[in-house]
Design a protein around this ligand. Structure first.
Ligand SMILES: [Zn+2]
Length: 229
C-alpha cells in the first residue's frame, strides 16, 4: 500500500519478487495515479495518470503481481483523511491479507526524499486502516452495512525502512535485486538516467545487505515489522 506508482518498486520490489517466488499472493494498492509526477510539461496530467498506471502494471508483472488497485486520490495532496482510511480499509476487508506492507509515516531526516508528504500521509492512513479501522465493525459503518464487508484483523504490518538501522528485519534480495531493477525501469516517465538509477539501487541494496550482516556482496531490503495480536 503506497502513495505513488514506483514507490513499491523503489522500496520493496526485491522482497515482493521473493514473496511471489515463494507462492505468496500479492496485491498492490496505490493511493494516487501519480499524475503530478515526471518532468514533461507538454503532457496533460490526465495522460500522465494513464501512463503511470500502465508503467505500474508492467512493473508489477515483472515481480509476479497482477492485481493492482488504484484509489485515485489526488497526487501531491494526499492526506490521511477518514475517506482515505475508509478506502484502504475497504481493500483490506476485501482481500483479508495476512500482511500489509506500507510506507513509513515518520519523516526520515537523513534521507528526505523518502519522506514525500504523500508517503507520510499514505503510510499514516494505511497504519490507521490496519489498526483500528479494518478490524472495527463500527469504523466506516457503510463498509459493513452497504457493502457487506466484514471486519478483518491484519496480523502483520511491514514498514519500508530504507537505511533505517533500527529496522526489524532484512529480506535477502540477492536473488531478486535484478528483477527489482527491471521493475523500476518500467517507470520510464520517472527515470531520466536509467543506468545511474540502476547503479544507485544496486549499491543501496548491497549497503543494506551489509547493514543487515549478510555475507559480502549480498543485497537486502529492510523493514520494521509489527505483529498485531
Ligand atoms: Zn512516491
Amino acid at each position: 500500500m503506497t502513495a505513488h506508482p514506483d514507490d513499491v518498486d523503489f522500496g520493496s520490489a526485491g522482497t515482493i519478487a521473493a514473496f511471489t517466488a515463494a507462492g505468496v499472493e500479492v496485491t498492490y494498492c496505490i493511493v494516487t495515479n501519480g499524475d503530478a509526477g515526471g518532468s514533461d510539461r507538454s503532457m496533460s496530467r490526465a495522460d500522465m495518470a494513464v501512463l503511470r498506471q500502465e508503467e505500474q502494471l508492467a512493473a508489477a508483472a515483472v515481480v509476479g503481481v497482477s492485481d493492482v488497485r488504484f484509489l485515485g486520490h489526488p497526487d501531491g495532496m494526499v492526506q490521511a483523511t477518514p475517506e482515505l482510511r475508509r478506502d484502504i480499509s475497504r481493500v483490506i476487508r476485501q482481500l483479508r491479507p495476512e500482511r500489509v506492507l506500507t510506507q513509513s509515516p515518520d519523516r526520515n531526516w537523513d534521507f528526505i526524499f523518502a519522506s514525500h508528504p504523500d508517503h507520510l500521509a499514505a503510510g499514516e492512513a494505511a497504519v490507521c486502516a490496519v489498526y483500528p479501522d479494518a478490524r472495527n465493525p463500527f469504523a466506516h459503518p457503510e463498509l459493513l452495512e452497504d457493502e457487506g464487508l466484514e471486519p478483518w484483523s491484519v496480523p502483520e504490518l511491514w514498514i519500508m525502512a530504507p537505511g533505517d538501522q533500527d529496522a526489524g528485519i532484512a529480506v535477502d534480495t540477492t536473488a531478486t535485486v535484478e528483477r527489482k531493477v527491471a521493475a523500476l525501469m518500467c517507470h520510464k516517465s520517472q527515470i531520466g538516467d536509467p543506468d545511474g538509477v540502476a547503479q544507485r539501487v544496486l549499491s543501496m541494496a548491497r549497503a543494506q545487505g551489509e547493514l543487515a550482516g549478510l555475507s559480502a556482496g549480498s543485497s537486502a531490503e529492510l523493514f520494521r515489522v509489527t505483529r498485531i495480536p
